[in-house]
Write a protein that binds this ligand. Structure first.
Ligand SMILES: Nc1nc2c(ncn2[C@@H]2O[C@H](COP(=O)(O)OP(=O)(O)OP(=O)(O)O)[C@@H](O)[C@H]2O)c(=O)[nH]1
Ligand SMILES: [Mg+2]
Length: 329
């Protein structure tokens, strides 16, 4: 691990903005790896997600945060608090805006918060792929009047357009200093946490209306074991045959057995999540399994159970047990 960081820059960079503007997509594309889940539904990110980017210039610790919104329940309040508390600890702040939806009124509360913390702010105007080219100068002018930022960068996070300009701008605001994390490190999130998030992402993307907002995932168990291989032919030098005909030699020969609860806040949502003949739960399970297999490089056995925790988003004990609280149980 680099400890001196001599001649290198390092620091913390918070990524904030309204829900659904593309914060998590941007962070994933900046670091070149999918860590944070994303979806077209607002309030996808519920916790602070820390990732680390290291190159020849230095090290940036990114903090992806929940979208700042008018909270309607305790979960929402917790999410807003988390997003705002990252600001004072950051060396530089990326304020992400949907370039096609700039609004002085809607963005007013974030603007006030950013003014209070007095940190350098870079405005990132995302989703420019959805704009007409000729509209960009007007939008840049509007953004300029929104906030005295050190830089304004139009990007398309989804298409990885202008990611280098964002990294360059972030580095220009960081001090020289020692690295905070090992150079190979990408995130401090555990596999268990990421697996739970992958399941939630697949549920969010498959379900409609108000059902996805009331979903939480709790991993009950996650254990790794060696996959059994059949011993070779009786002849000592025979090939080793694999017990399972579907064995994928690309995988690492390990199996993760995972049991997880999909938690919903209403009895009436349970049937929707399970679907006709179990079809919805099967779809979510298959997609989540593929996602977790990609992350772990191992085969995954995933068992999902649907449980009702009535109005959990307003229940402090449930929130604590799901990790949406500072107080550990
Ligand atoms: N067209 C387009 N869509 C984008 C772009 N960046 C993100 N999106 C889409 O916008 C939606 C929201 O993206 P997220 O990254 O989940 O947004 P977020 O700001 O993290 O949202 P919350 O976590 O809910 O606050 C997803 O459907 C993304 O695919 C972009 O550059 N162009
Ligand atoms: Mg997000």
């Amino acid at each position: 691990m680099e400890v001196s960081g001599k001649g290198k820059k390092s620091g913390y960079c918070a990524i904030v903005g309204r829900p659904n503007v593309g914060k998590s997509t941007l962070m994933n594309h900046l670091i070149g790896q999918k860590i944070a889940i994303t979806s077209g539904k607002p309030q996808t990110t519920r916790t602070k997600i820390r990732t680390v980017y290291t190159d020849e210039r230095g090290q940036i610790v990114f903090l992806d945060t929940p979208g700042i919104h008018k909270a309607k329940n305790r979960l929402g309040e917790y999410m807003d608090e988390l997003a705002l508390e990252t600001l004072p600890d950051s060396d530089v702040i990326l304020w992400i805006l949907d370039a096609g939806q700039l609004s002085r009124e809607e963005d007013g509360s974030i603007r006030r918060q950013l003014k209070l913390v007095k940190k350098p702010v870079i405005l990132v105007l995302n989703k420019v792929d959805q704009l007409k080219k000729e509209d960009l100068p007007e939008i840049l002018k509007k953004a300029e009047s929104l906030f005295p930022a050190v830089d304004i960068i139009p990007v398309s996070a989804l298409r990885s357009v202008n990611m280098d300009s964002v990294l360059e701008a972030v580095y220009s605001c960081l001090p020289e200093g020692p690295y905070f994390y090992d150079e190979e490190e990408v995130t401090d999130a555990t596999m268990r946490e990421i697996a739970g998030e992958i399941i939630r992402e697949k549920a969010l993307r498959s379900l409609q209306d108000e059902v996805p907002h009331g979903i939480a995932v709790q991993i009950q168990s996650m254990k790794e074991r060696q996959r059994k291989k059949k011993r070779g032919n009786k002849a000592e030098d025979g090939p080793v045959l694999v017990l399972d005909p579907d064995f994928d030699s690309e995988q690492n020969g390990m199996i993760w057995d995972i049991e997880a609860d999909l938690i919903t806040e209403k009895e009436s949502h349970k049937g929707i999540i399970i679907g006709k003949g179990g079809s919805m739960l099967k779809k979510i399970g298959m997609e989540a399994r593929a996602g977790i297999e990609e992350m772990t490089g191992s085969q995954v056995n995933l068992k999902l159970y649907v449980k009702v925790r009535k109005d959990w988003r307003d229940n402090p004990a449930y929130l604590r047990s799901l990790g949406y609280s500072r107080k550990k149980i």
